[in-house]
Design a binder for this molecule. Structure first.
Ligand code: SUG
Length: 449
């Protein structure tokens, strides 16, 4: 049966800003308090979506969340009209207000973990929204994420949704940013690789010393259980704590898989040899094939610092209609000599990747979000694809409509001081109200309920 990988890209929200909220994420911290350009950010994201769609790939759109999050501020004791709440929160703590205004839901790789039907016990596609418990601003996302996922994948004969894991760091879960899948074609049974940063219940095991590890083994195991995976098709591997301490806050900053290719840095994992042996054995069992490529990038060609600064591994590897693979990379990869030279040698070598397309997603990169952070991958059969809310699948006409929507509703500059402007709240709500109609989502936002 025909199968697809659909990328659901996060549409950047109207409050996109640089607040330095993510300790351990080098770009977020170093761009803190710079002015952002929400309009440009959203248009850059849409251009990437359109380009992938023009390559013949299936492309989806994932709606942003309502920000400022007035309900979060009310829960924390701020009272009065919306304008009074914004002003009081700003006076009490500009950082708290900024956290409640973050457009971080744009990085949909962190929205959820998705297991395709070929891997799961009941042959449905399973979704677990990520709790994002490690960062306050991101912990505000899971409920609306679930609402949006259910509005896009509503057909219960094909899709099953699970509540996000307990909102606690023991169960810290960052979704698909720490999950990748290897398979022959997308509709075939594959192996799912869950990468964790630390143990939730055992403090004596290896863990980073400087920066937080956001994903625990226990969270990854819970997601695999919920999705009905087995010992034969799930792999749990620990990320190298040393690279987390160098700014690799999610595994998708240091490794990515597509079909029978795993592209990763030699320092990405703890105990790489054992990991490769397990992947080889389970891939063979699941797919009945030995046709697997481990593309391991050595430190002497690309040091960790270059990987973190350019997001070489936060690239999307996509398969085109002729079966060849292309890398969707940020411009930073072309501008860095080591990384550019590496990519040139990669595409010339004997492996399925033979082209690189560079994109300007700089507004997102400045907050530590590369091309792969901006998308949630959902592998679907033809029948499942037909069951997806069609208004969320990109067409030329939807693209044009969304560009018009952004141009009409978004500001072209936003500084932290603007976040308390009650007009921004009104603009944002009115834009999202319109968007939820364009994408036929129903009332997914609290202000609509
Ligand atoms: O969670 N940045 C996001 C970036 C997420 C990248 N996603 C993946 N690697 N999949 C984060 O750290 C910064 C927001 C700010 O500082 O304003 C932020 O949330």
């Amino acid at each position: 049966m025909k199968s697809f990988e659909v990328n659901f890209d996060g549409l950047v929200g109207p409050t996109h800003n640089y607040a330095g909220l993510s300790e351990g994420n080098v770009a977020s911290v170093s761009n803190a308090k710079n002015s952002s350009n929400p309009k440009e950010a959203a248009l850059q994201g849409l251009k990437k979506m359109k380009a992938l769609s023009d390559m013949g790939l299936q492309q989806g759109v994932f709606a942003p969340q309502e920000r400022p999050d007035i309900y979060a501020l009310k829960r924390l004791g701020f009272q009065g009209s919306d304008a009074q709440i914004l002003e009081a929160a700003y006076k009490a703590s500009p950082a708290l207000l900024a956290a409640c205004c973050s457009a971080s839901s744009m990085w949909t790789a962190n929205a959820a973990t998705v297991s395709p039907s070929a891997d799961t016990a009941n042959n449905k596609v399973h979704f677990t929204a990520a709790n994002l418990a490690n960062k306050f601003h991101r912990s505000l996302e899971p409920e609306t994420t679930s609402n949006i996922l259910k509005a896009m994948f509503s057909d219960t004969t094909h899709f099953e949704h699970h509540q996000h894991l307990n909102d606690n760091e023991h169960m810290g879960d960052e979704g698909a940013a720490n999950h990748t899948r290897l398979c022959e074609s997308y509709g075939d049974a594959g192996v799912e690789i869950f990468t964790f940063g630390r143990y939730g219940f055992n403090r004596n095991m290896p863990a980073p010393q400087k920066y937080p590890a956001r994903q625990t083994l226990e969270a990854s195991q819970a997601v695999a259980r919920l999705h009905g995976l087995t010992d034969d098709n799930a792999i749990f591997v620990q990320q190298n704590p040393d690279v987390i301490d160098q700014g690799v806050f999610h595994n998708d900053v240091i490794g990515v898989g597509n079909q029978n290719v795993l592209f990763y840095h030699e320092q990405a994992y703890l105990n790489t040899a054992a990991f490769k042996a397990e992947v080889t054995q389970k891939f063979q069992t699941a797919s009945n094939s030995n046709d697997l490529f481990f593309l391991e990038v050595p430190t002497n060609e690309v040091p960790i610092k270059d990987a973190v600064n350019t997001y070489l591994f936060n690239t999307q590897i996509v398969t085109l209609a002729d079966g060849s693979m292309t890398i969707i990379a940020p411009m930073h990869c072309r501008e860095n000599d080591n990384v550019h030279a590496y990519l040139q040698s990669l595409t010339a070598a004997n492996n399925p990747i033979n082209h690189v397309n560079y994109f300007d997603v700089n507004e997102s990169m400045k907050n530590g979000g590369g091309p792969a952070c901006l998308r949630l991958r959902v592998a679907l059969t033809q029948q499942e694809l037909q069951a997806v809310n069609p208004a969320c699948l990109l067409t030329d006409s939807l693209y044009n409509q969304l560009v018009g929507w952004v141009n009409k509703n978004y500001r072209d500059s936003l500084a932290l001081n603007d976040l308390r402007d009650p007009q921004l709240l009104l603009e944002s709500r009115s834009a999202l109200d319109e968007l939820s109609q364009i994408l036929a989502l129903g009332s997914v936002y609290r202000f609509q309920q």
